[in-house]
Design a protein around this ligand. Structure first.
Ligand code: SF4
Length: 410
């Protein structure tokens, strides 16, 4: 279908993946790694080329929406994540933002850089601001040094405070801090202490994640298979981690934070606009090794291997690990699974109409158990039962093909 050239450009999220880290944290299940610095610049050059030539690369790949006129997208949010993108030289990060501006316009209002505390210096913070970043996502994780050391983090508590100082002095006071609940050795006291220290910095935005235990990390494998090397025996149990999460919910609410997504809190006016696109199924394009994209029709993901990625872009082609047109069933599952992560909930009536389904029996039984709140047509997770949100979401999903739809993956 040819795009209407007069149609207003749709807002787009641009994500750039930088898969380089200084060391591999024991709990990390991302496709990131430790690479020599000499690899950084060729990688950045490939990312800039992928951004600049995205329309022809997508067309060559056969992505449906890009076969004729490129869709009129304008980037309103940019997120450079990883990995540890703050390891890159500021001029390389500037080159990435310049490539985004050339390809998608310069009107992005939220431009985020992920940074690890020990990589932040006064000079770098100033250069990031100069390059166009206006928001920093800082991987604090904990304020207890033994917990940080135990999982192989390079920074310590003092680095978090120093980073916050440098960033604020450079005019980058819009900082989101990440914390992890459930680290080895974490106790109710140490968790409460981390929350206190975090709140003393009055963050604009806070993300709190429960530690994931799976086979994708060394710590996860040890927890599943046994062993002591990575501290698995000192992991808090599920009940303790849930208590830590509940304590965070209460403490942050008390301090005026809006709990707007299962793992995210913000002071009024500081919700993440970029991440909201993922939960609302709005279009975003990802560049770099392992980056995911969704153009409203198809989802695809670049290969995770940086060397394979750089070689492919050098040959003016994409190397994809995954690609699939989103079926109607999948789209409905995403509406529920992603949409309900936001505590404002979803318009269930509108979703049912759009997908031609009736979920009222499932919703009624969840509401009777106090797991969801169903008011008018709005459905939301019950704020007091967020630690069982996965169970609720699984029970809501259709789990079967809807008439007239089929799963289609390439
Ligand atoms: S810094 Fe982040 S991406 Fe890198 S190893 Fe640690 S958790 Fe993984």
């Amino acid at each position: 279908m040819r795009q209407d050239a007069t149609a207003p450009a749709r807002d787009l999220g641009v994500y750039v993946q930088v898969p380089f880290c200084q060391a591999k944290c024991t709990y990390c299940n991302f496709s990131t790694g430790v690479f020599p610095r000499k690899n950084f610049r060729p990688y950045v050059a490939s990312v800039c080329r992928e951004i600049g030539e995205h329309a022809s690369l997508y067309r060559a790949e056969g992505l449906a929406a890009w076969q004729q006129e490129p869709p009129p997208f304008a980037a309103d949010t940019v997120y450079v994540g990883g990995g540890t993108p703050s390891l890159l030289e500021p001029e390389d990060l500037g080159a990435i933002l310049e490539a985004v501006r050339s390809a998608f316009g310069g009107a992005a209002t939220e431009v985020t850089l992920e940074a690890d505390p020990e990589t932040v210096t006064e000079e770098k913070a100033g250069a990031w601001r100069e390059a166009g970043f206006n928001r920093i996502s800082l991987g604090a994780q904990s304020f207890a040094d033994p917990e940080l050391a135990g999982v192989g983090r390079r920074h310590r508590r003092a680095d978090i405070f120093a980073a916050a100082r440098h960033l604020s002095a450079a005019g980058l006071g819009n900082i989101s801090f990440d914390l992890i609940a459930g680290l080895p050795g974490q106790t109710a006291d140490s968790w409460s202490g981390s929350l206190d220290e975090l709140l003393s910095l009055v963050p604009a935005h806070i993300s709190i994640y429960l530690l994931e235990i799976d086979e994708g990390s060394r710590l996860g494998r040890e927890a599943l298979a046994g062993g002591r090397r990575y501290g698995a025996p000192a992991l808090p149990d599920d009940d303790a981690a849930a208590e830590y999460y509940d304590l965070a919910c209460a403490r942050l609410l008390d301090r005026g934070y809006e709990h707007y997504e299962i793992s995210n809190w913000a002071l009024p006016g500081f919700r993440s606009r970029h991440n909201r696109k993922y939960w609302r199924r709005e279009p975003y394009l990802g560049f770099g090794a392992g980056a995911h994209s969704f153009d409203g029709v198809e989802r695809w993901a670049n290969t995770h291997d940086p060397a394979v990625y750089v070689a492919a872009i050098g040959e003016r082609r994409l190397a994809l690990d995954e690609r699939g047109r989103v079926s109607k069933v999948q789209a409905l599952e995403e509406e529920l699974f992603l949409g309900l992560r936001m505590l404002d909930g979803i318009d269930l009536g509108e979703v049912e109409r759009r997908y031609g389904v009736d979920l009222s029996d499932r919703v009624r039984s969840l509401a009777e158990e106090g797991l969801v709140e169903w008011t008018g047509t709005t459905l939301r997770l019950a704020p007091a039962r967020l630690t069982v949100s996965n169970e609720v979401l699984v029970r809501l999903l259709p789990g079967e093909e809807m008439p007239g739809t089929s799963r289609a993956t390439v």
